[in-house]
Design a protein. Sequence first.
Length: 364
Amino acid sequence: MAAEMIIEMTKTFSGRAPIQARLRYAVEASTVLILFGPSGSGKTTVLRSVAGLEWPEDGRIQFLSRIWLDTGSGVRVSPQDRHIGYMPQDYALFPTYSVAGNIGYGLGALASHDRNKRIAEVVELFQLQGLEAAKPRELSGGQQQRVALARAVAPRPQLLLLDEPLSALDAPTRLQLRSELRILLKQLALPSIIVTHDWTEALTLGDVMAVMGEGQVHQVGKPHEVFSRPADADVARIVGVETVVQGQVIENANGLATVTVNGTRLKGLSSDAIGAAVYVCIRAEDVVVEQAGSGMTSARNHLMGRVSDITPQGVMVQVTIDCGFPLTATITRGAVEDLCLVPGASVIAAIKAGAVHLVPRSVG
């Protein structure tokens, strides 16, 4: 039997939806699970329950062959006996401790020589040489993150838990450390669980991804598969698919389905039977906006429509097009100027069939 992580838990709260998470996935030496979802979805509660810092009223948590929680049989393994490395979102560095003191905090059971040797190893691994005597207030955000991660790794845990590890950093530092963190996790060959709401972190860091919303796990799979093929409309919205509308399959041949949405026809890849009710999910970056009357591209879908809204979003612009349904596209400011886009302008929205994701929809 393959090594697994099993999380089955229920935890209730006053005034908010309960956490009812069910999750099982295969674990290898360096498997990184991403717990992905918006704020309040239950990600951190699940992570803290795995760490033994929260106690679900009901459930079972098992890592490999070790059962850490089983409310049915009364098993409750303490946090210190789970051999877990945990890094909270705010890092929780001890302000009066040096870098070396923070890293060595969990190494109290080692002899002094062995403790100092391990601290030196971890300092080198995380490129903190020369900062051993520094206090957290003297460090940059990126250095603080490295120290917090080094402290979590120093005792050689069996599982590493990271709660929004990059969220406290500025954008340039976050970009740099995202790649570094992925390399480090592979070097450590240490199974990890990372909480994030950032899709770029999920795709960069994760091997497996569990999408959470309102206290439940909605989909588990490889990150790129979850993002490209959300299991249902709830997952599509959580992972940031901007256009989610109801449709119905009216033709299907060789895996290429034709679906109608308020009278507008689109083609997408699907094996759904004719007559099947579906959600049509389209990412904004997969929509190409062209001037009406321009030459056709190789895309299978060319939808006539009118611009109904233009909303700047940093260097990009979100354009909403009325194609019989509201379709969202993300384009550059330069494209808006080149296409002379204003509300009411006639345009063509080009979308490849592979970018039209059809998710089964229950009726009634």
